[in-house]
Design a protein around this ligand. Structure first.
Ligand code: AMP
Ligand code: ZN
Length: 142
């Protein structure tokens, strides 16, 4: 619990939320400023700012819940698809510094874009650079 964290305060019951799912590890609730009907957030009950900060148990619980709720959210609002996303870090647009995954129901003709629309300045990468990047990520993942 972090006193100045809005999501910790929701977990603690100090701020109301429309809960859609809860267990010992995670809480899922409707986003207060929804991008679509049924826009849902999934958060770990333990306060961690970044995805990379999550201990394995919290990480697994968050991603398992996101996966499981995707179909529930889609069915509840009769959506045509769901965008599953996390803004992880300031540069990615994260505003609340408590890890959270978004489930944004998508509807044919809703005017929204794909994940590919979130970056406007695309990199130009040679085959050598792509090879080096893939190797670096692989090394970091070990
Ligand atoms: P992000 O930009 O990924 O950090 O998204 C934070 C999300 O939290 C936004 O979509 C907000 O609408 C949502 N949000 C902020 N405060 C609350 C709240 N008290 N209850 C529900 N959702 C909230
Ligand atoms: Zn928090």
């Amino acid at each position: 619990m972090t006193d100045d964290c809005v999501f910790c305060r929701i977990i603690d019951g100090e701020i109301p939320a429309r809960t859609v799912y809860e267990d010992d590890d995670v809480l899922a609730f409707l986003d207060a400023n929804p991008l679509a009907r049924g826009h849902t957030l999934v958060i770990p009950k333990n306060h961690h700012e970044r995805v990379s900060d999550l201990p394995a148990a919290d990480r697994d619980a968050v991603f398992e819940t996101l996966g499981r709720l995707t179909s529930a959210v889609e069915a509840a609002v009769d959506a045509d698809g769901v965008t599953v996303g996390m803004n992880d870090g300031d540069a990615a647009g994260q505003e609340v510094p408590h890890v959270h995954g978004h489930l944004v129901p998508r509807f044919d003709g809703d005017g929204g874009g794909a994940v590919h629309s979130i970056v406007r300045t695309l990199p130009e990468l040679s085959d050598e650079e792509l090879d080096a990047i893939a190797a670096d990520i692989g090394d970091s993942a070990e």
